[in-house]
Design a protein around this ligand. Sequence first.
Ligand SMILES: Cc1cc2nc3c(=O)[nH]c(=O)nc-3n(C[C@H](O)[C@H](O)[C@H](O)COP(=O)(O)OP(=O)(O)OC[C@H]3O[C@@H](n4cnc5c(N)ncnc54)[C@H](O)[C@@H]3O)c2cc1C
Ligand SMILES: *[C@@H]1O[C@H](CO)[C@@H](O)[C@H](O)[C@H]1NC(C)=O
Ligand SMILES: *[C@@H]1O[C@H](CO)[C@@H](O)[C@H](O)[C@H]1NC(C)=O
Ligand SMILES: *[C@@H]1O[C@H](CO)[C@@H](O)[C@H](O)[C@H]1NC(C)=O
Ligand SMILES: *[C@@H]1O[C@H](CO)[C@@H](O)[C@H](O)[C@H]1NC(C)=O
Ligand SMILES: *[C@@H]1O[C@H](CO)[C@@H](O)[C@H](O)[C@H]1NC(C)=O
Ligand SMILES: *[C@@H]1O[C@H](CO)[C@@H](O)[C@H](O)[C@H]1NC(C)=O
Ligand SMILES: *[C@@H]1O[C@H](CO)[C@@H](O)[C@H](O)[C@H]1NC(C)=O
Length: 535
Amino acid sequence: MKLSSSTLLIIFSALVLLVSCATSSPATDNFIQCLSNYSQPANPIFEAIYTPKNSSFPSVLLSYIRNKRFTTPTTPKPLAIVTAMHESHVQGTVLCAKNQGLQIRIRSGGHDYEGLSYVSYVPFVILDMFNLRSINISLEDETAWVQAGATVGEVYYRIAEKSKEHGFSAAACHSVGTGGHFSGGGYGNMMRKYGLSVDNVIDAQIVNVNGIILDRKSMGEDLFWAIRGGGGASFGVILSWKIKLLRVPPIVTVFHAYRTLEQGATDIAYQWQHVGHKLPEDLFIRVMPQVFNASQDSQGGKKTVVIAFIGLFLGQTQGLLSLLNESFPQLGLQQNECNEMSWVESTVFWADHPIGTSINVLLERPKQPVIYYKGRSDYVKEVIPKEVLESIWKLMIHGGIGWMQWNPYGGRMQEISESETPFPHRAGNLFLIQYGFNWLEDGIDVTNKNLNLSKALHDAMTPYVSKSPREAFFCYRDLDVGANSDNYTSFDKAKVYGVTYFKGNFERLVRVKTMVDPNNFFKNEQSIPPLPNYK
Ligand SMILES: Cc1cc2nc3c(=O)[nH]c(=O)nc-3n(C[C@H](O)[C@H](O)[C@H](O)COP(=O)(O)OP(=O)(O)OC[C@H]3O[C@@H](n4cnc5c(N)ncnc54)[C@H](O)[C@@H]3O)c2cc1C
Ligand SMILES: *[C@@H]1O[C@H](CO)[C@@H](O)[C@H](O)[C@H]1NC(C)=O
Ligand SMILES: *[C@@H]1O[C@H](CO)[C@@H](O)[C@H](O)[C@H]1NC(C)=O
Ligand SMILES: *[C@@H]1O[C@H](CO)[C@@H](O)[C@H](O)[C@H]1NC(C)=O
Ligand SMILES: *[C@@H]1O[C@H](CO)[C@@H](O)[C@H](O)[C@H]1NC(C)=O
Ligand SMILES: *[C@@H]1O[C@H](CO)[C@@H](O)[C@H](O)[C@H]1NC(C)=O
Ligand SMILES: *[C@@H]1O[C@H](CO)[C@@H](O)[C@H](O)[C@H]1NC(C)=O
Ligand SMILES: *[C@@H]1O[C@H](CO)[C@@H](O)[C@H](O)[C@H]1NC(C)=O
């Protein structure tokens, strides 16, 4: 084989890149040299810096990765990780990365579905926020300051330490970080009562591209608007949020009712589409169709679909049963399927822990990822016909893995205008679908097969979900959104995912971006771009 000089050059550059990643590069050395300017005697920065030379580098990198898809040998690794222990370390990382021409990836809880908080295809460093996790609660004015590295589980726990009658509206999965979750919108099972996390954020602190710390007053209402749903990573580094504590009753009721297809699960799910979004806002019922192994005896180990109806009622069992008897009798919920507990215990239940699990689990942080995962989303505005549901179950059974979560809208969600925050999916939505595929097997073939399945299901749903744009939820990051726009300019490509996630709010996000970061330092595969012709 004859190699052209350009091929040789490519091979040579690839080798250089490999070598420089494995040892160190001038950029890394200069970056670390620069960081030393931001070390203070009380807050030494060297204890926060990891490069591939530090033996704990791989474990630090892995601790906040939740998706094994981004742990393969070919996944690009950062030149350094700064586990900021003080605000000055955040400021230093921003300024030093900028002056060394390195990209920065900001990571709080590391739950990004596509790994954007810790993977980049250009030389980059990770700014890890997990050490910045203090939570200060003020019951007098029913607010709290929460640092971006705190998880939502820690928020629930710390609130409950102070009060049994307060809670917050955020994710069911308690290891989710407030840095990414709140800045992407953030929803949980109280959204029909209180809206999203960001609907209850009243102040924030951010480090901007010039390394300056701003609060709501000094950042101004445009930037404060943008970071409540537009994604923090396009605008700066969120240090902390001020949230409103939300009132909850001392006793709530939860349930997890499984219904099989033989038990009429399809009819129940069909009926739920009519009532789920109209129920009183104290009640949230998630519907979760999932592929299941049928019992060996009856079906010879065949796959089927089982539907879980998972509920939170901000009240007691009797109230819930009479309400359902009235508005959703098809579910046939039984008293013995209901469990009364405190609100904070309900967050443990909703995270799928067995009843009786200590609330201390809310403070636990996973050490490494255990599953491979692909998630996607859709918005449903019209009831999906029963025959279609049946054909969708068939498709899922044929694929052999996968689940959906249907999350009811309505209530508070339809009272807030589309432009109040960057999150635009408000009135007119019956429910949000999340499609989930998780698997345990290693290997690129399994991954490709399952990615194909996720595409097949998403394609099959096209006629039954929102159109022009086909909306998607930003927190359920999906790099397939906008992936068919290769021939577009980068700005037009951004417009595809931008409008999918933010509808008409994309334009204002671009204006804010142009104002606060015109050179596009805070950038990733799905960030908000500045106006192309600016300057
Ligand atoms: C198991 C699981 C369950 C989930 N459940 C829910 C749910 O119930 N409701 C829901 O709404 N979402 C849910 N999500 C999605 C979740 O809200 C998003 O993945 C969210 O972005 C996670 O935030 P993070 O800080 O953990 O992630 P990260 O991966 O750390 O960050 C996600 C994004 O935010 C950016 N970012 C992180 N921290 C900062 C910061 N301090 N400043 C600026 N930018 C920052 C990152 O750069 C990245 O772009 C779930 C995800 C998983 C994996
Ligand atoms: C950091 O300090 C070095 C000297 O150690 C100096 O040359 C450099 O300009 C400083 N950089 C910044 C960003 O302050
Ligand atoms: C990583 O190694 C460098 C060089 O030996 C050291 O200065 C630094 O403190 C180490 N980082 C941590 C977090 O221990
Ligand atoms: C909480 O209070 C402590 C002590 O005053 C302070 O150091 C910390 O920064 C505060 N945290 C937040 C998120 O405001
Ligand atoms: C379902 O059955 C298949 C094959 O029979 C098996 O490989 C798989 O582990 C089972 N899954 C579960 C969740 O039981
Ligand atoms: C349900 O409603 C019917 C009448 O609509 C009533 O007879 C029955 O007692 C109710 N059951 C419960 C548990 O409230
Ligand atoms: C996935 O789909 C692509 C494109 O349709 C196809 O080429 C590939 O063979 C599929 N991969 C697997 C593992 O099914
Ligand atoms: C991009 O352009 C090329 C050449 O014009 C064409 O063959 C290809 O199909 C286009 N791709 C997309 C995604 O539009």
